[in-house]
Design a protein around this ligand. Structure first.
Ligand SMILES: Nc1ccc(F)c(C(=O)c2c[nH]c3ncc(Cl)cc23)c1F
Ligand SMILES: [Fe+3]
Length: 287
C-alpha cells in the first residue's frame, strides 16, 4: 500500500550555534520526534558563524554537505574537512566533544540529521563513517538522479552501516520525471524539499510540496513522486525503524531516563565514562 502525505510543515529559519542560521524540520514543536529521528537542520552559514566546541552522547549525527566546506575536529584529535557532496556519519555513542565550523568565504550549506541510538548502543565507543562525494553510490535513470547515502534505491546500496536501520536518499528529478521508491512498511518516513516543487504520496492522492517544507508520510511500502515544473526538484527521502524506547533529551544528550541524563552531565563535567578528554579541551581551529 502506497504512503501518502499526512503532515506538510514549513521549515522556518532560526538562529543556532554561534551566529549560524538553520531551517529546523524534525525537532520543532510541530515535529518534536519522529522516532528514531531527533532533529534535522538545514544549515546555511559562512565564516565566522558555526557550531563551536560542544558535546554529544547517546545518538548519531549525520552531516551531509551540499555546498561549501566544513572543518570538524573532536577531542580525540580526529579532524578533517568535509566538502560539497561529502558525508560524515558520526556515532557519538558514549561521548564526543567536537567543533563543526564552515571554512572559506563560500557559505556552507548542508543537512545535519540526528538519529537516536537504541539503549544497547547509546554507550558504544564513538566512531565515524566518512564518505567523499565520489564514494557515495548513485544512479540516474529517465530524469531521476539518486545518491544513496544509506539504504537502497534503483538496485544501488550504500556501504554505510546503520545501527538504527535508516534509509537516506538524495533525489533530483528533472521536469517530467517520476519515480516510486520502496520504503520498509513499518518505518517512519518523511521528505525534506531543498529546492523546486513536486507532487508526492500515493499516485491517486498526490500532494504538492514546496522548497523548505517537510512532508511526513503515512505508513506504507512505497512512495511516489513526480516533477511537473521546469525547475529541478531536489529533496531527501529519509526513513528509519522506530526504536520504541523512552526519549529523555537535554540538548546534545539523549538517553532513556532522567537519571541517565544527570549521570551524563556529571560524566561530562568530571571527565568520566567516555568524556575523559572533555575537561579543558578546546578545538584548535584552522591551522
Ligand atoms: N547542543 C547543541 C546546541 C546548539 C547547536 F547548534 C548544536 C549543533 O551542533 C547543531 C545544531 N544544528 C546543527 N546543524 C549543523 C551542524 Cl554542523 C551542527 C548543528 C548542538 F549540538
Ligand atoms: Fe555536533
Amino acid at each position: 500500500m502506497s504512503r501518502f502525505v499526512i503532515k506538510n510543515i514549513e521549515n522556518r529559519e532560526q538562529s543556532e550555534g554561534a551566529g549560524a542560521k538553520v531551517r529546523r524540520s524534525i525537532g520543532t514543536g510541530q515535529l518534536r520526534n519522529l522516532d528514531p529521528f531527533l532533529m534535522l537542520d538545514e544549515f546555511n552559514s559562512g565564516e565566522p558563524a558555526g557550531f563551536p566546541d560542544h558535546p554529544h552522547r547517546g545518538f548519531e549525527t549525520v552531516t551531509y554537505l551540499l555546498s561549501g566546506k566544513f572543518e570538524h575536529e573532536d577531542f580525540c584529535g580526529h579532524r578533517g574537512v568535509i566538502e560539497a557532496g561529502d558525508l560524515q556519519w558520526m556515532t557519538a555513542g558514549r561521548g564526543i566533544v567536537h567543533s563543526e565550523m564552515p571554512i572559506g568565504k563560500e557559505r556552507s550549506h548542508g543537512l545535519q540529521l540526528w538519529i537516536n541510538l537504541a539503549k544497547e548502543y547509546k554507550m558504544v565507543e564513538p566512531s565515524y563513517q566518512e564518505l567523499k562525494d565520489s564514494q557515495i553510490p548513485r544512479k540516474s535513470e529517465n530524469g531521476v538522479h539518486v545518491k544513496v547515502i544509506a539504504g537502497e534505491s534503483m538496485g544501488i546500496e550504500s556501504p554505510v552501516y546503520t545501527r538504527t536501520p535508516t534509509m537516506y536518499l538524495d533525489f533530483k528529478l528533472e521536469k517530467g520525471a517520476s519515480f516510486t521508491q520502496a520504503v520498509p512498511t513499518d518505518w517512519n518516513a518523511f521528505i525534506f524539499i531543498l529546492s523546486g516543487s513536486g507532487l508526492f504520496g500515493a499516485i491517486n492522492k498526490l500532494v504538492k510540496g514546496d522548497a523548505h517544507y517537510t512532508l511526513v508520510l503515512s505508513p506504507g511500502d512505497s512512495v511516489h513522486f513526480k516533477n511537473e515544473q521546469s525547475e529541478l526538484l531536489h529533496f531527501v527521502l529519509i526513513a528509519g525503524k522506530p526504536l520504541n524506547e523512552p526519549v529523555v533529551q537535554h540538548g546534545p544528550f539523549v538517553m532513556n531516563t532522567q537519571e541517565e541524563i544527570y549521570k551524563t552531565f556529571s560524566d561530562y563535567q568530571n571527565g568520566k565514562n567516555g568524556f575523559e578528554r572533555a575537561p579543558g579541551w578546546r578545538s584548535k581551529g584552522i591551522e
